[in-house]
Ligand binder design. Structure first.
Ligand code: G6P
Length: 608
């Protein structure tokens, strides 16, 4: 959500910025712009639409010479997505330029104050207020001025700033929005995320909350909000830049779906040792594990759906009560956390604003927080008491697939570990589960290889208006994610229902030909779900079933069946979700949608 790239060095800045912004496209945006300083003036070019428009306007950056610059992809919050509201923003004199990711909450109050002092504004954005505030408080010392502004603004921000009277420097600062800086032999970089700079450097610094950075062509200095210089250590990024490229696949989403077997192996293998589950990062003794009275799982989007699955798996295996909350609800509902509760926040990006706020809320109340996080060094990873990484590597497509699959694995590991330590399962059952977990990657490969069949089926539903996903228990959790995948990338309206709830309203929406996807992987519930399938079929629905190989009886109630290999019912989500991801993907491809960057959505939702 909003991408920032900045550069200062010995090369032309504009092409580097365009290239970096392209690497951040996955974050979601509706307009793009750059400010380039040629030593005399700060020039800004910006436009609504894709980055391609900005590239064309500037001939790939060639029409904007200069070795200092900041660029931005905007995801509109304050004011419509248009050329004027696009970033960067100037102060009135055009001597300061700013790009911003985040939201300034007291912007109306600040705007009034500045308006009373004669400032005029051209855009509807909160960012322009920052540019004018920097102007208002400007002392000639940028770090001092930035700190003054920081004391007055409320909200979240990551900023890149250029001051015309400091022609050898660029500035960066952050609070609650992600920002990294890095250095190469040719210059220094600012970025919202690592992929933007990986081509140039692997040594990056994660800018912490309320830290200010002064970047020069050949070095960087860090300051706290009291304008004291601070020392920071770089982090070496181990993953390859190629990991963030498409590698011959038509879309990142398809590539990432194909990476799921590898992701699962990598999330599992470091934690399976000597026929045991060893989760060092939990830092919990047998006594600690036995002392847990309740889990609170908090997350957004697909990570929340992984949490809904985890409720069934942890309660079923370890017999520990689990509450699952959407982070945006948890943070404001004054949740009751009692002694023995452990909070688990789940996030691919580690930057989701609501999830981060929920983590802080739990910590404030003195409860230990475990983060299940994919992005190393992200805000949630840094602030959680303990972190269990999902080793999915960079995920670029907005709609998550492999990170979601890795989150499920992290939860299965926790569930079997707790179940064993708390003696809820026998050693034999435990060993059987470990074997089943290790079989999942190969089973997923089989399902992925069946993609042609699902593509054909998806092509029949390109004109669908509504699709319903139904299931019970874990199958309901799978339905939630299957439905989200379809709607977010193909724009087909879709809902997930607990199959038993159908009769309480939804069944009235079933018409001749409505597609209903019934997920049925839980043997104890086969008959119940079949009854629901029969009910919708009797009202004209076309029923697609996703079920286990042994459930041939389902053919009497389904029009089309996708079979998944046999596994432990607690782990069935990992298999059943594959055809549903493929279905959503192929409907979107068939409709010509922008699969990796669906409209209005952002990969990393860093504002509330
Ligand atoms: C966005 C993404 C989803 C993701 C959700 C939570 O909506 O499009 O794919 O599940 O944010 O993100 P997180 O990074 O916290 O897992």
């Amino acid at each position: 959500m909003c991408g920032i790239v900045g550069y200062i060095g010995t090369r032309q800045a504009a092409p580097i910025i365009l290239d970096g912004l392209a690497k951040l496209e996955y974050r979601g945006y509706d307009s793009a712009g750059m400010a380039i300083y040629d030593g005399e003036e700060i020039h800004i070019t910006k436009s609504v639409g894709r980055l391609k428009v900005l590239e064309e306007l500037t001939h790939g950056g060639a029409t904007m010479p200069g070795m200092i610059g900041i660029g931005h992809t905007r995801w509109a919050t304050h004011g419509a997505p248009n050329d004027i509201n696009a970033h960067p923003h100037y102060n009135s004199e055009h001597t300061i330029a700013v790009v911003h990711n985040g939201i300034i909450e007291n912007y109306l109050q600040l705007k009034k104050k500045l308006t009373d002092r004669g400032y005029e504004f051209v855009s509807e954005t909160d960012t322009e207020i920052l540019a004018q505030m920097l102007d208002y408080y400007y002392t000639g010392n940028p770090i001092e001025t930035i700190a003054k502004v920081m004391h007055r603004v409320e909200g979240s921000y990551a900023l890149g700033i250029i001051f015309a009277d400091h022609p050898d420097e660029v500035f960066a600062v952050r609070k609650d929005s992600p920002l990294i800086v890095g250095q190469s032999v040719d210059g220094c970089f600012i970025a919202s995320d690592v992929p933007a700079v990986l081509k140039y450097t692997r040594q990056v610094y994660f800018v912490e909350n309320e830290e200010i950075v002064r970047l020069r062509a050949d070095h960087m200095h860090f300051y706290n909000v009291d304008v004291e210089e601070i020392a920071k250590a770089p982090v070496t990024i181990e993953w390859d830049a190629n990991a963030a490229e498409k590698a011959g696949y038509e879309h990142f989403m398809l590539k990432e779906m194909y990476e799921q077997p590898k992701t699962i192996r990598e999330t599992l293998s470091p934690r399976l040792r000597d026929r045991d589950v060893v989760i060092d990062e939990l830092q919990m003794s047998v006594e600690d594990i036995r002392a847990v009275r309740k889990f609170h799982i908090v997350a957004c989007g697909s990570a929340y759906h992984a949490g809904v699955t985890a409720k069934y798996v942890i309660e079923g295996l370890a017999r520990i009560p689990v509450e699952v909350d959407l982070a945006s609800e948890f943070r404001y509902r004054d949740p009751i956390l009692e002694e023995g509760a452990m909070v688990i926040v789940v996030s691919q990006s580690g930057e989701t604003a609501d999830t981060l706020a929920a983590l802080r809320e739990a910590k404030k109340r003195g409860f230990p927080v475990l983060g299940i996080v994919n992005v190393v060094g992200s805000s949630i990873a840094r602030e959680a008491d303990r972190v269990m990484y999902t080793w999915a590597g960079p995920e670029i497509a907005v709609a998550t697939t492999k990170a979601y699959s890795a989150q499920l694995i992290a939860f299965y590991l926790l569930a079997v570990k707790f179940a064993k330590v708390r003696e809820q399962i026998t050693e034999k059952e435990f060993q059987g589960m470990l074997e089943e977990l290790q079989r999942l990657p190969n089973q997923i490969e089989l399902l992925l290889n069946n993609k042609g069949k699902i593509q054909k089926f998806a092509n029949r539903y390109l004109a669908a208006k509504d699709v319903f996903f139904i299931g019970r228990g874990i199958d309901y959790a799978i339905s939630l994610e299957g439905s989200l995948k379809l709607k977010e990338i193909s724009y087909v309206h879709s809902e997930a229902y607990a199959a038993g709830e159908l009769k309480h309203g939804t069944i009235s929406l079933i018409e001749e030909g409505t597609l209903v996807a019934a997920v049925s992987t839980q043997p104890d519930l086969y008959q119940k779900t079949i009854s629901n399938m029969v009910e919708v079929k009797a009202r004209g629905a076309f029923v697609l079933a996703v079920t286990n190989e042994d459930n041939r009886e389902i053919e009497r109630a389904a029009d089309y069946v996708i079979y998944i290999p046999q596994t432990n019912p607690f782990f069935a989500n990992s298999l059943a979700i594959i055809p549903l991801q493929l279905f959503g993907y192929y409907v979107a491809v068939g409709k010509g949608c922008d699969v990796d960057k669906p409209r209005n959505l952002a990969k990393s939702v860093t504002v509330e």
